[in-house]
Design a protein around this ligand. Structure first.
Ligand SMILES: [Mg+2]
Length: 129
């Protein structure tokens, strides 16, 4: 299986649990990618995300950056569309994210994908939350 997991508000909401889950999934041969947002300014950068994952003690097979707008209102649409496209083109089976609008867009564009929404409060959540 191919699983795409968001960072802000998702992995960051329960890093040790997600770390264990991702480790177990990868040990069983599943492919787990971080699929996270990036503003059109290029931030957070790939290096920022690599460092963030190291800090959380989580290893993934790939880091995918879904570009969105720096404008918070447009970001919800542009980043969501990008996540939906990347899920489709990456052939992912499972999408995990804390943002309902992203989950809905991914499901709309990828009806066969299992979409799981994380419900959590997170002080480290990204822009526009
Ligand atoms: Mg999020």
């Amino acid at each position: 299986m191919k699983i795409a997991v968001d960072m802000d508000g998702t992995l960051t909401s329960a890093p040790s649990l997600f770390g264990q889950l991702i480790r177990d999934l990868r040990e069983k041969g599943n492919y787990v990618a971080l699929l996270t947002g990036q503003l059109d300014s290029g931030l957070p950068s790939l290096e920022d995300r690599q460092q963030q994952l190291r800090g959380l003690g989580i290893e993934v097979d790939a880091i995918l950056l879904a570009k969105g707008s720096s404008d918070p209102m447009s970001h919800l649409w542009t980043c969501g569309q990008e996540k939906a496209r990347m899920v489709r083109e990456g052939g992912f089976d499972v999408f995990i994210d804390d943002r309902a609008s992203f989950c809905n867009l991914v499901k709309l564009r990828n009806p066969d994908v299992l979409v799981l929404q994380i419900v959590a409060e997170d002080p480290f959540a990204g822009p526009g939350r």
